[in-house]
Structures are given as structure tokens and as C-alpha cells.
Ligand binder design. Sequence first.
Ligand code: ZN
Length: 301
Amino acid sequence: MAIVRDGIFLEQNRPNRSQFRVGRRSAVKPVIVVHTAESGTDRAGADPKAENVANFIQTRSTAGSYHLLGDADSIIQLVRFSNEAFQDGTGSNRWAIGISLAMNAADWTSISSSRRDELTDTAAQMASIAADWLVSQGLEAPAARRISKSESDRSSASGFISHAERDPSRRSDPGRNFPWSDFLDRYQLLVSGQRTEDQLARELQRLIGVSADGDIGPISLAALNRNWLGRDETFDASVADTFMNNPALITWVQKRLIELNGAELEPDGEFGAQTERAVIQYLDRSGIVAAESYVSLLETR
Ligand SMILES: [Zn+2]
């Protein structure tokens, strides 16, 4: 794990020109834009690149910054998450979080596998720091998936996008060979480790509209069992409609199915045939959904 430096670098070291905007013009979303800083790549041993790039950003005369900047062994917060970093010229600054590795996008295939591991791990650590902050603001952690530019522009967006996909005519970072699946796996482990069963239980209770005490007791179980798939004799169609029309709850279940069972789903808040298949596959091969099965959706890895 990289060391996270104390403080906000560009507040402690005033930049020569403005490198962030105080406050945000739009509400922040759980979307992270991934960059490389194109500052050269350090290939072995102690890695000074994040420190070098932070100093460059402080003194540069053009706009360009990120919220978090990392290298093989350290992470520097340049801009606080509640402010806009100047990380993307296509309009995401107002609602996205920008993270950057102090390396060159073209170097993923020429660095050693241990260096690649360290840098990928730093990227995942930066993403989880950003996710923690989003959760502290009452938002969700970004979903562990890549999203397209048009998806990222939606108000319901959640996930990761490269700077190249935001700005294909001008940028290629973090590179064609950025190890996306390894990065997302590492991020997922960090984030799911941070969401305790208690937090997940409260999250689910808020979604189903029962008192969020973190204890999935008889009331929560009855509500879920009676009203979710409802394939047993206690099925109550009228209340089931309410549940089926709760996109936030459906999205929560879809994300848990992806996290826990690798379900091939888009977490879109719609309970279609694919989601139903994934639920049955995960919960109970017989098609009968038991109350205990819902609790297993709460299990952290
Ligand atoms: Zn970039």
C-alpha cells in the first residue's frame, strides 16, 4: 500500500495560477475519471514521480490538476473532493473526481510486473479513498465497472472512465494497456472490505423503507420475503409492485449480485428477465426464494 501524504497539497503550497475551483457547480456523482500524468515513469525502487508532478502542478502556468495523484509508493491529495479539480476539458470537472498516476500511459507493457502491481494497487487505493469520501457524503461508492462517456454524463452514473474516453480527440491516458480488470478487482476488494455488514444492512433497510437499525430482524425479513420475488404462498402482489417499482432497491440488489456472484448485469434499476435469472441463480436454484437468501446478499467478501 502506498503512503497517503497528509493535507491538501495545493492548499498548503499555493499554485502560481488557479488549479482548482472552490465549491462545485454541480452535485458530485460517484464517477471517477482515471488519468496518467505523462510525466515519465519511474521503473524501480523509491518512486519520486508523484512528488515531482505535484511540484510541477504548483508552478505550471497552464491549468491542469487532479484530486489525487499517486505513484508506486505514495499518494498526494492535491484538491479536496468538494472542490473542482481541473482534470478534464469536456465538462466532468463539475461532478467527477479525478485520480492520476504519475507515469506515462504508454509504459504499461514495458514496466516490470511488480511495478505494474504497485501502480495498479495505488490506483485502486486512490479510488477507494474517493469512494470513502463519497460514502461520507451520503452517496454510494462508484460501481466497480467502466462506463461510457454518455453513461458518465447521466445523473444516475456510477463507475469509472478513462480520460481518453472522455476526450478521445486530445487524450489517450491512462493508456490502452491500463490493467482495467485488475484495477477494478483490487478496488472492489478495498471497497467491499470497507462496507461492513452493518452498513449494508442499514443501506438495505433504508431502501425497503423499514427502520434502519442495522439488524435484519423479522420485520425486514418479512418485508423482503413477502414482497420481493414472492414466489411462495405469502406472495402479496400489491406490495410487490411497490418493491418492483423501487429502482434504488433493484439497483442495490443488482450491484450485490455483480459483487457477490459476478452476475452479467447492468445495474439499471429495472427488474427484467436477466435480473430475475441472476437472482434465482444466486439465491435458490429451485426458484423458491427464502428469507435467509436475502441476508446472504448482505455478506461481505
Ligand atoms: Zn488526463
